[in-house]
Design a protein around this ligand. Structure first.
Ligand SMILES: NC(=O)c1ccc[n+]([C@@H]2O[C@H](COP(=O)([O-])OP(=O)(O)OC[C@H]3O[C@@H](n4cnc5c(N)ncnc54)[C@H](OP(=O)(O)O)[C@@H]3O)[C@@H](O)[C@H]2O)c1
Length: 287
């Protein structure tokens, strides 16, 4: 069935490029470094319209897909419309194409952070199947984590289709309540920056202690990578994996105790809540 589906991207920026790469089995960044996945969709099923002709041309050249000169032509041609414009331009992009969207009623997959499905439904006065997706930047190398929410008008077939599209750039998880997308935003949406911040601090501490910058970065990044892969591959609980490397009176225990005395849990919770509340605030502003 997927071989007959036509997928359109409104907006041809970084996230569209990543997902198109995933759909056809190419990663948009570091293709030589990461394993190439087999494409789930063929390039002739994928269409794009960006308002910048150069981006359309670049995507067609990179992935062998087809670009349309207008959003209207794109929407008329496709079964799934992935709206991948910035949140601030989202309402304008939908309003400008209301008639075509109402008539064609494609499955809408919105990637825009902070745009609620009830807003989209209110702008388009026709029953629509809408999936709201919150991906993250590791999608650029096919290692994304995406939270998905579907409106009640969205059939299980549409949900499966949305899942199969987003899963080409990593893994995806469904949430039952749209407010959970704000939590997903604070967890996996913003999460890559938290780990990068920790890496920056670890590298800076190692340099201060005398290690050269290249060695510090190589060791820190590989430690993050290896730790994530170990946690993902192991059946053991996270706390057990950590206690396995925290021997009494050892070096790791000293660092863990230091984190605890600085209230790491509280610091993380406070930062997490700041991100979650900002996600709610942005969505309120965009309504
Ligand atoms: N990148 C991420 O990590 C990430 C994570 C989660 C969610 N998202 C969401 O994914 C969406 C896309 O992000 P991105 O990073 O790919 O953004 P981006 O690089 O700015 O790409 C958006 C593209 O859409 C074009 N565009 C804007 N309005 C248009 C319209 N009405 N018709 C046709 N083209 C239009 C933009 O053109 P101009 O440059 O001329 O404006 C730009 O080329 C955003 O809503 C973002 O919130 C991204």
């Amino acid at each position: 069935m997927n071989s007959e589906i036509k997928i359109g991207f409104l907006g041809g920026g970084n996230m569209s490029s990543a997902i198109i790469g995933g759909l056809v089995g190419e990663t948009s960044l570091g293709a030589t470094q990461f394993s190439k996945k087999s494409g789930v969709f063929s390039p002739n099923q994928i269409f794009v319209h960006d308002r910048n002709a150069a981006k359309n041309e670049a995507l067609c050249a990179a992935f062998g897909i087809t670009a349309f000169a207008s959003a209207e032509q794109l929407i008329e041609a496709v079964d799934v419309l992935i709206i991948a414009v910035k949140p601030q331009g989202f309402k304008t992009a939908v309003i400008a194409n209301l008639d075509t969207i109402s008539l064609k009623k494609p499955l809408i997959i919105s990637l825009a952070a902070g745009v609620r499905t009830k807003s989209i439904q209110a702008w388009v006065d026709a029953p629509l199947a809408i999936v709201r997706a919150m991906p993250n930047t590791p999608a650029l190398i096919g290692e994304g984590a995406t939270g998905l929410f579907a409106t009640s008008n969205t059939s299980s077939v549409h949900k499966e289709l949305a899942d199969s599209i987003m899963s080409t750039v990593g893994l995806s998880i469904w949430v039952d309540s749209e407010s959970d997308i704000d939590t997903v935003t604070a967890l996996s949406g913003s999460g890559p920056a938290y780990f990068m911040l920790l890496l920056e601090s670890m590298i800076a501490a190692a340099i201060k202690a005398g290690l050269d910058e290249d060695s510090a970065k190589i060791l820190a990044v590989q430690t993050a990578r290896g730790s994530a892969l170990l946690v993902a591959a192991s059946d053991k609980p996270l706390t057990r994996l950590r206690s396995d490397i925290t021997s009494p009176k050892g070096t790791t225990e000293q660092a863990v105790n230091s984190f605890a005395s600085s209230n790491l849990d509280g610091i993380v919770e406070q930062a997490f809540e700041a991100a979650r509340l900002r996600a709610i605030e942005i969505a309120d502003e965009l309504e």
